[in-house]
Design a protein around this ligand. Sequence first.
Ligand SMILES: [Zn+2]
Length: 232
Amino acid sequence: MDSAVSAQPVKPGFFPVLLQALFPENCLLCDERLTGGRLICRQCEVSDPLKPAPEFAPERYGRQFGFLYEGSGKALLKAAKFGHRRRARNFWIAAARPLLTHFAGEKTKLLALPSSKPFLQQLLQAVVPPERLVLNAFRTKRSAFFGNDANKFLGEAARYRRIHDSLQWNNQMIGEADRYIICDDVSTTGATLIHAARLTESHLRIAPERITIWALLYRPREFADHLRTPRQ
Ligand SMILES: [Zn+2]
């Protein structure tokens, strides 16, 4: 990926340039002072480039992930999602566009997972034509479930039960499509995406081959590769 970290979808306007001059920003990785509307300094960009996620063979559902959630990928995602940095969000919109354009053909519907942060919805709205995008296919029973860290402290089985209890089909009219893509921003275990895919499969009564799970970033875990052990 040639110099992807500095990719700018739009030229900075007068005010952002002025703000940058008055309040210079620091590199997201090394804290070095930045110039010229960058998010990551040139040195970090070379030593820690954004890495593509590995490819996974399909299981019950096809699986596609964009980038690795580590190093610059992690720093840029945090800046966009939790820091609400507009330039970081624009960076991801530019990075996601070729990936999603590749999938999101005319006969495709993209179903976004619910999120307490606007990042995923804004990303998809910027990239996917509105008639192919479904933002409310799922809902969470308890709004506190997503967006807090409680899940991190649960064991695998307990975490899965919680996802199972809280993520529900929202009884929306989804519309006909050849392919349905379930979208999230970061996927760690894949459990939420797989659960959403199962809801889609059963409510729309379609073959699993017509469903793909997609995440902008894939977060590898040190021990188990649970994507290889699908849950029932
Ligand atoms: Zn740096």
